[in-house]
Ligand binder design. Structure first.
Ligand SMILES: [Cu+2]
Length: 139
């Protein structure tokens, strides 16, 4: 009787540890959901996050560059970001945004701050001065 309940408790602990381990690995190159995608010249540029959404405030997510021809990740050198929200009757609101190489060529880690919910224009300049612009709905 007692042994059984100890075994049951152990099983719960082991299951918990397994789930925790899975949760950790998925945050780093695991299952990411697409937020938005644009084709620019020979590139397909994709924004990805754990949830597939961006929320008000600070966000950490991924920006990927692939060659359209073979869908393989491709390094594009330095990536510069701009994050602006058009405000009626006022100058645009801007949000800080930076992209750093993630260690996987073609994949960058983005940190940005969206002060308000609503529609933002999220832009990236990369490679040979190519530009991509994503209209994003921040939740
Ligand atoms: Cu605003």
């Amino acid at each position: 009787m007692r042994t059984k309940s100890i075994m049951a408790a152990l099983a719960v602990v082991i299951l918990g540890l397994t789930l925790a381990a899975c949760g950790k690995s998925s945050g780093n190159g695991g299952e990411l959901k697409q937020i938005a995608q644009q084709r620019v010249g020979d590139y397909v540029v994709t924004l990805l996050s754990d949830t597939g959404q961006l929320k008000q405030g600070k966000n950490k997510y991924a920006l990927e560059f692939r060659k359209a021809a073979d869908n393989q990740l491709v390094d594009v050198g330095e990536v510069k970001l701009s994050s602006r929200m058009p405000m009626p009757g006022m100058s645009d609101m801007t949000g800080g945004a930076s992209a750093t190489p993630s260690g996987t060529p073609g994949r960058y880690t983005v940190e940005s701050d969206f002060e308000m919910r609503g529609k933002w224009n999220f832009g990236a300049t990369f490679g040979n001065n190519q530009r991509v612009m994503f209209p994003i709905n921040v939740q």
